[in-house]
Design a protein around this ligand. Structure first.
Ligand SMILES: *Cc1c(COP(=O)(O)O)cnc(C)c1O
Length: 399
């Protein structure tokens, strides 16, 4: 018998707002009914507004984010194509691994975990590629394993500076709908998102923004594909249908989550994520012997903080104690940083109180796991920040 809430402070799946959850509790319906498009067509339009694309189009696949990675690659590239990628955490690593397994020739920039896309190195490689053998440049906008954000417009600038025609692929699974993203303005050709992070839904729906240029490339790309083929989707999507059974319940949830994002206003959503993230960062600063995995402020992620614990502490103990003793889930350290970091996800449906609970439970678990931090130190630092940067008063009654 447990009481109260088991807190979920991981960077995905994130907490689902009550109205989104309720919206998914509907009877099953016919996905070939003539009015099915009334549900789905506005979703494509809503997603285009979130991706900030007017000239591109958005696909939705019944898959986790990994599926949209695969859709992006297999629809637009050819076996053996040269692509430029960088690795600085588990998610950027997995995308590299996929690209290699799908037969791409990866030019890889190995970076320290705690840093992000190396703009200077990308610029150097692109400038040197005068024969334009590199067909695509990949970037993980937000490396969820290390809490590192990368500069996507900076990559566009590097491409433009040398007139390089490569397509720009962006993994925005833990950033799109939470932090600034502008598909058209930044010249992003393939933008990957997933339902269980900023969109505040269960896993199982991936979204892929595709530019006109990438759609054009898909017409001649020879990589093998079937389930993810854009062409099959395009035959029926415009009428609101899908080439196979779509996840209708998730569509009902997405309808409400898009409405929530629009009601709050994307710019306000981004500002809220910054404000909440900064409180968590202030807390980490206040904890003796702890620091962010992100090496410099320019890498700070507003959706997840990876916290390096003192060398004498095993971060797995912090996570275990957090869960077993205080019924709170923190994100684990993945791969190289296992045991060294724990993560606080701060994206999606959350507010100051959510973050303060995460910080205060983390303090107890840290202390229990042997860290010499002062109870309340992080909470106080975050409180001071939240008070000084309070959001405009909510008019709850008017809602
Ligand atoms: C969560 C995540 C993914 C995709 O993971 P799935 O489990 O397949 O949804 C990809 N990239 C990043 C940066 C992520 O955070």
């Amino acid at each position: 018998m447990t009481t109260g809430q088991t807190h979920l402070f991981i960077p995905g799946p994130t907490n689902i707002p009550e109205d989104v959850r309720q919206a998914m509790n509907v009877p099953m319906q016919d996905m070939r009914a003539p009015d099915f498009g009334d549900l789905t067509k506005p979703l494509f339009e809503g997603l285009k507004r979130v991706f900030k694309t007017e000239t591109g189009r958005v696909f939705m696949y019944p898959s986790s984010g990994t599926g949209a990675w695969e859709a992006a690659i297999t629809n637009t590239l050819n076996p053996g194509d040269k692509v430029l990628m960088s690795r600085f955490g588990q998610f950027s690593h997995l995308w590299v691994d996929m690209a290699e397994r799908l037969g791409l020739d990866v030019v890889l920039c190995e970076c320290d975990w705690g840093t992000g896309v190396p703009l200077d190195e990308y610029a150097r490689v692109l400038e040197a590629d005068t024969r334009h053998e590199i067909k695509a440049v990949f970037a993980t906008q937000n490396e969820t394993a290390t809490g590192v954000a990368s500069d996507i417009p900076g990559i566009r600038a590097a491409l433009d500076a040398c007139g390089h025609p490569a397509m720009l692929f962006v993994d925005g699974v833990s950033s799109i709908a939470s932090v600034d993203f502008r598909m058209d303005e930044w010249g992003v050709d393939l933008a990957v998102a997933g339902s269980q992070k900023g969109f505040m839904l269960p896993a199982g729906l991936s979204m892929l923004g595709v530019s006109e240029k990438a759609l054009e490339a898909s017409k001649t790309s020879t990589m093998r594909r079937c389930y993810f083929d854009f062409a099959d989707m395009m035959k029926v999507n415009d009428d609101g249908f899908f080439p196979y059974t779509p996840p209708t319940q998730l569509f009902h949830g997405l309808k409400v989550s898009l409405a929530r994002l629009e009601a709050e206003g994307l710019e306000n959503v981004f500002a809220r994520h910054y404000r909440l993230a900064e409180g968590v960062r202030r807390a980490v600063d206040a904890w003796d012997g702890c620091r962010l995995c992100a090496a410099e402020p320019k890498w700070h992620s507003d959706t997840v903080s990876a916290i390096v614990v003192p060398a004498t502490v095993d971060a797995r103990d912090v996570i275990r104690i957090g869960y077993e003793t205080y019924r709170a889930s923190f994100g684990t350290g993945l791969s190289k940083v296992m045991g060294k970091v724990f993560r606080i996800g701060h994206l999606g449906d959350l507010n100051e109180g959510t973050c303060l609970t995460a910080i205060s439970i983390a303090e107890m678990a840290l202390l229990d796991a042997g860290a010499k931090i002062e109870l309340g130190s992080g909470v106080a630092a975050a409180q001071a920040w939240y008070r000084a940067n309070a959001a405009p008063a909510l008019r709850i009654a008017a809602e």
